[in-house]
Ligand binder design. Structure first.
Ligand code: ADP
Ligand code: MG
Length: 339
């Protein structure tokens, strides 16, 4: 065969192979942890052996976090602290300390709207480990409010200790631990040389730079009409966390209205406003998770104001009248779509 023809055929085959859309195999790992479900997608072709190794490493990581931060496990590090009524410093693990320190920072930024000491109120309203359907009397709410407050928790970064300034103080990391767990699972994957991934735990998500090749992950923001997608956003090396009022709730036996599991540390009651959901995009999922809950507590007006001040990329879905919603995006969120 003519040499030129030979080179031409080889080049054409290579070009066609490069251009032809390849059927990409992305293994997906599903499981349950931290009282919710998780899903990890991997944008690489990997062996079964590697996949088994990754699955085990994820399970170990999530079990470790649960053993430390669960309020449902009687023997978790956090439950031990909660039962401890002493005002002496209490030594905790590096990871629990990291989450608590971040939570305290978010409490300061939000002037106490985010508060990991709200646990007793969460329980009182039947959203904690002790489920109950009755609304607590006002007197009990007021008494409980006296025992809470993030300022009653002292943290010491040098020796990783935390300290109660009120003997009845309790910590509840439910609004931030899932985000931390997402970040931790991403670290596990990176250590195992997985560069392309998407990690989701209970709706909180973090993605790598690429899905595979040069492809970007596209993440959907759910509409309050359960199950449909309101907005799809491309994300690169970012996290997105959503706080929604339409999933975890119970009905008030008196007013028959929905009661949210998000508690206002100011009133001691479930929040009651028109914000159906708020999604926050940020580098770490821990921060996004905590901020989503914070903005949910603050509501449409105050929440939007704080998000703008912090230059936070947020997507608010606001309930207008039955069945109708409006969307509000912060400037930083609009810029995300322009990148
Ligand atoms: P959402 O995704 O709706 O924000 P999260 O699971 O992140 O929900 O957090 C809600 C949980 O956080 C509640 O079930 C409760 O345990 C706890 N929580 C409720 N109110 C607050 C608050 N003001 N600050 C911090 N944590 C809270
Ligand atoms: Mg949260």
């Amino acid at each position: 065969m003519n040499k030129f023809l030979q080179i031409f055929i080889i080049t054409a085959v290579i070009v066609m192979w490069l251009l032809f859309p390849k059927n990409h195999y992305s293994p997906t790992i599903n499981g349950e942890a931290l009282g919710t479900t998780y899903m990890v997608k991997i944008g690489h072709t990997i062996s079964q052996h590697q996949l088994d190794k990754i699955k085990q490493a994820i399970r170990d990581e999530l079990e470790d976090i649960n053993d430390k931060m669960s309020t449902y496990l009687n023997n978790s590090e956090l439950s031990k602290f909660n039962k401890w009524q002493s005002l002496e410093p209490f030594a905790i693990s590096e990871s629990t300390f990291k989450v608590i320190a971040e939570a305290q920072a978010v409490s300061r930024i939000s002037k106490g709207a985010f508060d990991i000491t709200v646990g007793p109120l969460v329980n009182l309203w039947g959203f904690g480990p002790q489920k109950q359907q009755q609304n607590p009397p006002q007197k009990i709410i007021e008494e409980t409010l006296q025992q809470i407050g993030y300022k009653n928790l002292k943290i010491n970064a040098q020796n990783h200790t935390i300290q109660k300034l009120h003997p009845k103080l309790q910590l509840d990391l439910s609004a931030i631990a899932k985000g931390f767990a997402v970040d931790s699972v991403c670290q596990v994957l990176i250590k195992l040389s997985i560069k392309n991934y998407m990690v989701e735990i209970g709706g909180e998500i973090r993605v790598s730079r690429f899905k595979y090749g040069q492809k970007t992950w596209v993440i959907g923001i759910e509409s309050p009409h359960y199950g449909t997608i309101q907005e799809a956003i491309p994300l690169r090396e970012m996290s997105i966390a959503t706080s929604g009022n339409y999933r975890n709730f119970r009905y008030d036996p008196v007013t028959k209205k929905r009661l949210s599991h998000t508690i206002s540390p100011q009133t001691g009651k479930p929040i009651d406003h028109n914000l159906a959901s708020v999604s926050v995009v940020s580098t770490t999922c821990m921060y996004a998770d905590a901020m989503a809950t914070t903005l949910m507590v603050l509501g449409e007006k105050e929440g939007y104001k704080l998000a703008q001040q912090l230059n936070l990329a947020c997507y608010f879905i606001i309930h207008e009248k039955p069945g109708t919603y409006k969307v509000l995006q912060t400037d930083a969120f609009i810029k995300l779509g322009q990148k």
